[in-house]
Design a protein around this ligand. Structure first.
Ligand code: NAD
Length: 484
C-alpha cells in the first residue's frame, strides 16, 4: 500500500482508530492506496469531548482574533496548492486543474470568513428613550459537517472557515472514499495556529454519521451528499430538536433556444457535463432542446469528442459507480434513446484498471425514462426535444430536484423570463455551472436541499450562529422612559 492507514484527528493530534479498516482505491488506477478506519461511536464521543472543551477558550476569542487564523490558512492553502492538488487527484480521480480549482475555491471561502468581522457586527438601537436594544451573534457550540466524495477539500471548506470563525468547534466526517483531503486540512489548520480541539476529523461511514446525528452535545449538523441520505440525516437531526442543513443531489436542466450562440453554447454545455467527469451537483444533466436547434446539437457532439478520458477527463469514483452509469446508458438506448457520442468501452493507455468513461450524449430521450429522471453523476448528457419555451419550463419544473438550471439564448427577454420562472436555487444565463461566488451563497431548492438557508456565503451565517438581544436602561439621570 502506498500510504499508511489514515488516522483520526482529535484534540490537535493524529490518533489511530480502533475501527475496522476499509480499502481506499485510486480511481485513476483501480489500485488500493490506503485504508481508512470505520470509527466507532465512542471515538465520535471522544472527539466531541475535545471539541466541547476547546469551545470554552475558542468562543472567548474575539472574531477579529479568530479570523487571523484564516488569513494564515488561506496563505497555506495557496502555498500547498500543487501538493494537495495531486493528493485530491489520486483519491478522487479528477484532473489536476480540477483538483487545484477545489483549493482555489477553498481559499475564496477562507477570504469570505476573514471578512466576517465586517458582516456580523450586529445592531444597536435606542428603542425607547434611554433604553437600548442590542443584537449580537453567538456561536452554537460543537457542530458537525458530513461531506461527499466529489470534492474532498472544497466541500469541507464550504463550512470550516465560516463556522469556526464564528466561534464554533467542529467534527468533520469526510467521505470514506476520499479521506486524505480532511487530514491535509487538519494539518494546515494546525499550521495556521488553530488551537487543539477546535477542528477534529473522525473517519468512517454510516455508523459515524448516526453517532454524530444523535450526539446530545452536537448542536448543528451540515450535510452534503445524495438526496436519500440528506433527507435521512435531516429527519434524524431535526427530530432531536437540533439544527440541520442538508444538501442533496441534482438533475440540472439546460434550456437551449434556437437563437443561442452555437459555439459558446457547445463549449459551455460540454464543460458543464464533463467537468469533474460529471460528478458535480452543478453538472448539466439534460439539455432541453427547444424547436429547431440541430445545428447547436451537432456542435455539442463535435465539442464532446475533444474530451479525452485520462487527458482532460478524469475518472469515475468507483467500479460500482462506473457499472451503474453504463447500465443506465444501455437501458436508455434499449428504450429508444439515440447515442450521438458513446463513451463506454474507453481504454486509457497505461491504466487498464482505472474507472474511466468517455463523454456520452443521448438524444431523443423521453422524460419518463430512468436516465431522464434519476441523477446519473457521470459524464452523460441527455437531450430531450420540446416544441416551445412553455414545454421546456414545464419539464424543468417537473423535476423533484432544484439545484441549478440554465438557459442559452441571445435574447434578454427570454433570459429574464427564464430566471423568474425556473424552479431552482441557482440560475445560469449562458452559464452551465452557475456556482454563486462569495459573498453570494450556495444552495438549491426542493429535494436538492433540506433545511432553511444556504451552505456558504452570507446566508450561512444565520445557520452557524444564534442571536442574543440585550435591552439596557440605566438610571433616571438618563431620562429613561421605558414605553416612550
Ligand atoms: P453519499 O450520500 O453517498 O455520501 C455522503 C456522506 O454520507 C458520506 O460522508 C458518507 O459516508 C455518508 N453516508 C453514505 N451513506 C450513508 C447512510 N446510509 N447513512 C448515513 N450516512 C451515509 O454521497 P456521495 O456519493 O459521497 O456524493 C455524491 C452526491 O452528493 C451526489 O448526489 C451529489 O449531487 C451530491 N452533492 C450535492 C451537493 C450540493 O451542494 N447539493 C454538493 C456536492 C455533492
Amino acid at each position: 500500500m502506498k500510504y499508511q492507514q489514515l488516522k483520526n484527528y482529535v484534540d490537535g493530534r493524529f490518533v489511530p482508530s480502533e475501527g475496522k479498516p476499509l480499502d481506499v482505491y485510486s480511481p485513476l488506477s483501480g489500485e488500493v492506496i490506503s485504508e481508512v478506519p470505520l470509527s466507532t461511536a465512542s471515538e465520535v464521543d471522544t472527539a466531541v469531548t475535545a471539541a466541547k472543551e476547546a469551545f470554552k477558550e475558542w468562543s472567548g476569542w474575539t472574531i477579529k482574533e479568530r479570523v487571523q487564523v484564516f488569513y494564515r490558512y488561506r496563505a497555506l492553502l495557496e502555498e500547498n496548492k500543487d501538493a494537495i492538488g495531486s493528493l485530491i487527484r489520486e483519491e478522487n480521480g479528477k484532473t489536476s486543474s480540477e483538483a487545484v480549482a477545489e483549493i482555489e475555491k477553498s481559499m475564496e471561502v477562507a477570504e469570505f470568513a476573514c471578512s466576517l468581522p465586517q458582516l456580523v457586527g450586529g445592531e444597536t438601537l435606542e428603542v425607547s428613550r434611554g433604553v437600548q436594544c442590542q443584537e449580537e451573534r453567538y456561536p452554537l457550540g460543537v457542530v458537525s459537517s458530513i461531506t461527499p466524495f466529489n470534492f474532498p477539500v472544497m466541500v469541507p471548506n464550504w463550512t470550516i472557515p465560516i463556522t469556526l470563525a464564528l466561534g464554533n468547534t467542529m467534527i468533520l466526517k469526510p467521505s470514506e472514499q476520499v479521506p486524505f483531503g480532511a487530514n491535509k486540512i487538519a494539518e494546515l489548520l494546525a499550521g495556521s495556529g488553530l488551537p487543539p480541539g477546535v477542528f477534529n476529523v473522525v473517519h468512517g461511514d454510516r455508523a459515524v454519521v448516526e453517532a454524530i446525528c444523535d450526539h446530545p452535545t452536537i448542536r448543528a449538523v451540515s450535510f452534503v451528499g445524495s438526496t436519500r441520505v440528506a433527507e435521512a440525516v435531516y429527519v434524524r437531526v431535526t427530530s432531536q430538536h437540533k439544527r440541520a442543513l442538508c444538501m442533496g443531489g441534482a438533475k440540472n436542466h439546460l434550456i437551449v433556444l434556437p437563437d443561442a450562440d452555437p459555439a459558446m453554447t457547445a463549449e459551455d454545455v460540454v464543460a458543464s457535463f464533463t467537468g469533474c467527469a460529471g460528478q458535480r451537483c452543478m453538472a448539466a444533466a439534460t439539455v432541453v432542446a427547444v424547436g429547431e436547434v440541430d445545428h447547436i446539437i451537432e456542435q455539442i457532439s463535435l465539442e464532446a469528442q475533444k474530451v479525452v478520458p485520462g487527458e482532460n477527463l478524469g475518472a469515475i469514483i468507483s467500479k460500482q459507480a462506473q457499472e451503474r452509469i453504463e447500465h443506465m446508458i444501455a437501458d436508455a438506448i434499449d428504450g429508444g434513446a439515440q447515442p450521438l457520442v458513446d463513451g463506454r468501452q474507453v481504454v486509457v493507455a497505461g491504466k487498464p484498471n482505472g474507472y474511466y468513461l468517455g463523454p456520452t450524449i443521448l438524444d431523443h430521450v423521453q422524460p419518463e425514462m430512468e436516465i431522464a429522471q434519476a441523477e446519473v453523476f457521470g459524464p452523460v448528457l441527455t437531450i430531450i426535444r420540446v416544441a416551445d419555451f412553455e414545454e421546456a419550463m414545464s419539464l424543468e419544473a417537473a423535476s423533484p430536484y432544484g439545484n441549478a438550471a440554465a438557459i442559452y439564448t441571445s435574447s434578454g427577454g427570454w433570459a429574464r423570463k427564464f430566471s423568474q420562472r425556473a424552479s431552482a436555487g441557482m440560475i445560469g444565463i449562458n452559464i452551465g455551472v452557475p456556482v454563486p461566488r462569495e459573498p453570494f451563497s450556495f444552495g438549491g431548492w426542493h429535494r436538492s436541499r433540506f433545511g432553511v438557508g444556504d451552505i456558504t456565503g452570507r446566508s450561512s451565517v444565520d445557520f452557524w450562529t444564534r442571536l442574543k438581544k440585550t435591552t439596557t436602561k440605566w438610571s433616571a439621570e438618563a431620562g429613561v422612559d421605558w414605553m416612550s
